[in-house]
Design a protein around this ligand. Sequence first.
Ligand code: EPU
Length: 418
Amino acid sequence: MDKILIQGGIALDGEVHISGAKNAALPILAATLLSSEIHRLKNVPHLGDITTLKRLLEKIGAEISEKDDYCEIQVKHIKNNEAPYSWVKTMRATILVLGPLLARCGEAHVSLPGGCAIGARPIQLHLMGLEKMGAEITIEHGIIHAKAAKLKGAAIYLETPTVTGTETLMMAAALAEGTTTIENAACEPEIGDLANFLNHCGAQIIGAGTDHIVINGVSALSGASYEVMPDRIEAGTFMLAAAITKGDLHLKNCRPADMISIIEKCRATGSEIRVEKDALRVLGKEIHAVDLKTLPYPGLPTDMQAQFMALMSVSDGASVITETIFESRFNHCAELRRMGADIRVEGKHAMIKGVPRLSAAPIMASDLRASASLILAGLVAEGETEIRRIYHLDRGYEAIEQKLTDVGAVIQRVKGKA
Ligand code: EPU
């Protein structure tokens, strides 16, 4: 298996081009199933998770071709309305095909995702919403069987604001008969991006990106040309790379308006952040200890928690990080401790006492954002850090070694045996 080697101690300096958002591109790709016409998608990042979904869409019937700067995709016919376990276990976001398949062909058979490294990750709210829209749902032998000759608009209340749940229901409702309302919908900007894409295809969705979404179903959707929004978590990760190395990074092609909580928290730790149009300049200075708590958008994203943990590991004091979204998203703590971090975890809280320096060690990535946090730690540790299981990283960060190398990091991937 490949590993990454990082030489710590270099202040990063230069420009980073932020890629398209993984968590917007995934639902948008799934939504192409809703129409038989051609879609042209720009700014789709080249990532492991995106490739997985594209291959599944091909099995379902999509024809996909990669052009110079866009991806063309058309699903003339649904050949196969199944997503078996072999796909869902590779990437749980494949569940995003459930709503569109059901809406497009009245039937879908999708393996029920299990838990993953960061928590149990139930999807009962996705299923409850589809049932409210008239779907008949059964689960047998680990497979969700969903049927509905025609989905009907419904009033849906989500007990917890779920991101992929809101997306699933929005996609299904786009082709339902009548009006669907989703109350306590998740407000993440990626949901707004999916709705924009669907509206470009002729859907009638109002309020996506707020907790009250109204979808007036239409009888058919067209194809669309669309550019996926920038990745706010990738931008946030590079922001913290500047902060932790006390460097100076200019992040191009990001959307600061979607990143207020990340910007404000990073500022509170001592970095200077200049907000520009579609860009951010981050100048790392002192690293002060601050408490932080993950929350649904517009709160601090859980997808930034591990990276902030790396930063707090070398802060000037004590901080408490509270994870409120996923119950076991602290896997990176044990690895950071191997590098000399002083972290104690109790339930959903991690108590971190900043140390003057981290020291390089062989460490192991456990999930996508944990990998990013270990990279950040490696960038400031004394010596050469070796990170294993980096396939997690490749699922969500496009060309990360190249981007870091371009701004001065000494980082290399060593190919290993499969
Ligand atoms: N939840 C329920 N019931 C449900 C669905 C969710 O109780 O039916 C709970 C979850 O247990 C969790 C909370 O709701 O406590 C939020 O989970 P959500 O469903 O919003 O997460 P998700 O849709 O599975 C997406 C992102 C994650 C990101 C979370 C939270 C995608 C493809 N994935 O997951 O991204 O952490 O929202 O923002 O959009 C990542 O990119 O590394 C990643 C894990």
